[in-house]
Design a protein around this ligand. Sequence first.
Ligand code: FES
Length: 212
Amino acid sequence: MRHLAADRLARAKALVALYPQPRSALIPLCHLAQEQDGWLRPEAMSEIAELVGVTAAEVQGTATFYDMLHTEPVGTYVVSVCTNIACLLGGAQELLEHAESALGLRAGGTTPDGVFTLEESECLADCDRTPCVQVNHRYVGAQSAESFDRLLGDLRAGKLSDTVPAHGTLVRVQRTVGLVADRAAVAAERGAMAEAQAAQAARAPAPAGGGA
Ligand code: FES
């Protein structure tokens, strides 16, 4: 039984067709499924595996490697507070503790209403505006305790829906072209590469002490 909605399934098939190897679409398809559900459900991973020709375990292995892919439910808004060195010097620890208090949870947790997940993050690459905060991977600028409270209120009230889309939405513009490769050219390049590697291996000296 299909888990992806019909339009997403069509999009998934179109994405797979963009790549010379179906498995190259694995991560784009993970994002597609995450857009639908907010996280990667096991049934979604199974369907992705089928679409790209790998095992469900391989999809899970890939998904668990990347922070931006979630294999457990998260809140509508994932609030990331950077506590790396520049932000730490800029008051990140105090902000994180304030966030935990304001949301009534510890970093890594989700509010009971499923609206917010708070996470402590490594450097978010915006070190000149500290302490740095992202919501659903969108920068929301340096935050004080007061501005953080306002931010939570605005998110709850839906005032930021234009700038902070629902969790899982990474891009607003869908790719329609690109990465289309000439499969015959790719196969020829791979063949030439394999021949070159075989020739190199044949020229390599035998390992020392390998003979009697
Ligand atoms: S140290 Fe926080 S964004 Fe770089």
